[in-house]
Write a protein that binds this ligand. Sequence first.
Ligand SMILES: C[S@@+](CC[C@H](N)C(=O)[O-])C[C@H]1O[C@@H](n2cnc3c(N)ncnc32)[C@H](O)[C@@H]1O
Length: 365
Amino acid sequence: MRDELTKPGIEHSARRHKPTSTVGRGRAVKKDVTPAHTEYADGSIHVALGDSCELCQQWPTPTVIVSDGGYGVLGFEGDTSDHLELPQWYEPHVAAWSLRATPSTTLWFWNSEIGWAAVHPVLERHGWRYMNANIWNKGKGHIAGNINTVKIRRFPVVSEVCVQYVFEARIDGLVLKEWLLREWKRSGLALRKANEACGVADAAVRKYLDQGHLWYYPPPEMFVQMQNYANAHGDPAGRPYFSIDGRIPGMGEQWATMRSKFHCPHGFTNVWDRPALRGEERFKLNGDFGRAIHLNQKPLDLVTMIIKASSDEGDTVWEPFGGLFTACAAARRINRRAFGAEIDPTYFHYGVRRLTEEAYQRLLL
Ligand SMILES: C[S@@+](CC[C@H](N)C(=O)[O-])C[C@H]1O[C@@H](n2cnc3c(N)ncnc32)[C@H](O)[C@@H]1O
């Protein structure tokens, strides 16, 4: 029998997965800088030079992770040359995040459409549940008539995605909707009694105990009512019911931490019309007249918006792929704590300069 790897198709895909040389193509700043320090910290931000896979294990538990890493376009030194290698590139990062995430954590995963599609199975495998794909539409101005569609044979791309994931909460290895139904059934009570427990006509059975897409997370007060009812009227042999940690009562607060935060900004949909970064906002070498330092710098307003939507003041934001630390800068502006890492010394140097300059300007204001 022929060896599996000698089959033509497989041979091809194995070859495609060989690490590509990624030396330097995407670097906007060619001159290397050795930063004076490998860390920068103020009252709200802590950033360090190094591999975020390791550094993040020392950071406080994240409420928000803003991921803006490899795109498979040789966008920076270390990025892969196509999307096929992205799953391997992200695997150790996603594993590291999952070790520290809780059910309150939201992940915002920035990428190209195909980059996200390639990495999505890795995220799911590590416990991240897909919530929504948001499209950043940079508009026609982004291509400014410079694309030869006859040559590229497709529509010009003016978008990126920013995909919202939450870390799937599990109790006894079950996702929440499965666990709620299992606990109710374990109590021996008829399903319809859940409506009586919650003081509703039929919403408890229809929403909180549903096992399909109609499932709703019971608000903490409803959860406590179901818990109290099951423990008062359920089979005494199986008590306690609905106990997250084996101790009851008073689980409402704990239940509230079993899902991520979301405060939708008024008027927003999942399409974000916003021109690509240019002008003043781009951090440049030698002020406004110099070259852009990092080609992947993200718009501060969009990053601020996603952090605001998924956290409260005082919460912790992670930025594992710092670049110029846009998420850290945004987090500080809206009173969150931020932890970031950047592996490239030159980008780290300029990222810290951006953060210090911004702090100084804010002080002046
Ligand atoms: C797409 S850029 C991020 C740009 C950033 N969002 C901004 O607004 O400036 C990705 C950055 O991640 C950095 N990076 C790649 N692998 C890393 C790792 N393992 N740890 C820390 N930083 C990493 C790259 O050097 C690059 O600067």
